[in-house]
Write a protein that binds this ligand. Structure first.
Ligand code: SF4
Ligand code: SF4
Length: 297
């Protein structure tokens, strides 16, 4: 695999790859002629920490936020689930734009909004374990900020926009996506259940926390109480743990101890479910009705 950027970003991206020390000429401020034009043409892909910040800002659970403010999309041909900000039905105007005052969630705005017009590009070389981050400039006609005279480095722009905590907490998510991509056909297409689990762990942290409380997790994973307790009320700890569990479940990077015999017990239970399912299939086939409607897997 080459080290070409692997995370697609929509928009007219300039071909020049930028590094932290690269200079850009750009400024954006209330009063600029195009103020909020970008929020009226919003195509914002959300990462897990964006969802966490926005849902808490709006006083919603992550599930409520996902329902009210996002639309799902497929990140690759396998159907890897991603999430975008919902816009108005008739126009691509961000629902969080206040007509008079601008962004209604400014201090909690998503990472893509902070970075714009810089695009963050993650890539990973086949011979390296860690990902690399590069940048590119997005130049769109409606954005007058490129006509301004202010020059600054990408690093200075990142600091100004306070992207650091977002990058830090979203980075493992990008690494998971890259890892899945670089695994290629060797691992084949992940199952729908894997994608459902990925969706919950990355985007719906409140539901993920419910899962951690459930016997499905507690009977399988042997977490010490002092490690488990913070996951129940600390969103950041819970998100970091979600990434850790995803690495274990999807890529076999075992770091969470399992209850002795849990795997065998689970396989035996699974065997019983499969046997029951087979019986139902035969029964349904005899009656010539689709069995899916009758079984809750
Ligand atoms: S979240 Fe705020 S900055 Fe981002 S598109 Fe919406 S209104 Fe604009
Ligand atoms: S200068 Fe660009 S980023 Fe700033 S408000 Fe205008 S369109 Fe949006």
């Amino acid at each position: 695999m080459s080290d070409k950027p692997e995370i697609p970003v929509s928009g007219p991206i300039q071909p020049r790859q930028l590094e932290l020390e690269s200079k850009i000429r750009f400024n954006c401020y209330p009063g600029i002629s195009c103020f909020n034009a970008c929020c009226r043409q919003a195509d914002i892909t959300l990462a897990p920490y964006d969802i966490l910040r926005l849902s808490r800002r709006l006083g919603m659970t992550t599930g409520e936020f996902l329902k009210a403010h996002t639309v799902p999309f497929e990140m690759d041909s396998h159907g890897m689930p991603g999430v975008k900000m919902r816009t108005r039905d008739e126009q691509p105007v961000c629902l969080l734009l206040d007509e008079k005052t601008g962004c209604s969630v400014y201090s909690d705005r998503p990472s893509a909004c902070r970075y714009y017009p810089v695009a963050l590009m993650s890539s990973r070389r086949a011979d390296e374990y860690v990902d690399r981050q590069h940048f590119a400039l997005v130049q769109e006609e409606h954005c007058m900020g490129h006509q301004e005279q202010r020059e600054l480095t990408v690093a200075e722009y990142r600091a100004e926009q306070q992207v650091e905590p977002f990058d830090e907490l979203n980075r493992e998510y990008y690494q998971l996506i890259l890892k899945k991509k670089s695994a290629g056909p060797a691992v084949g297409k992940p199952s729908p259940t894997s994608f459902q689990f990925f969706f919950m762990a990355c985007y719906d942290i409140d539901r993920f926390r419910e899962f951690l409380r459930s016997p499905s997790f507690r009977n399988v994973y042997a977490l010490a109480d002092e490690e488990f307790a913070p996951l129940l009320d600390d969103d950041i700890a819970c998100l970091r743990f979600a990434y850790r569990l995803l690495r274990q479940v999807l890529f076999g990077e075992a770091s969470i101890p399992q209850v002795a015999g849990a795997f065998e017990k689970r396989m035996a239970e699974r065997g019983e479910v499969l046997a029951k399912r087979r019986e139902m299939e035969i029964e349904q086939a005899k009656q010539n009705v689709p069995f899916e409607r009758y079984i809750d897997d």
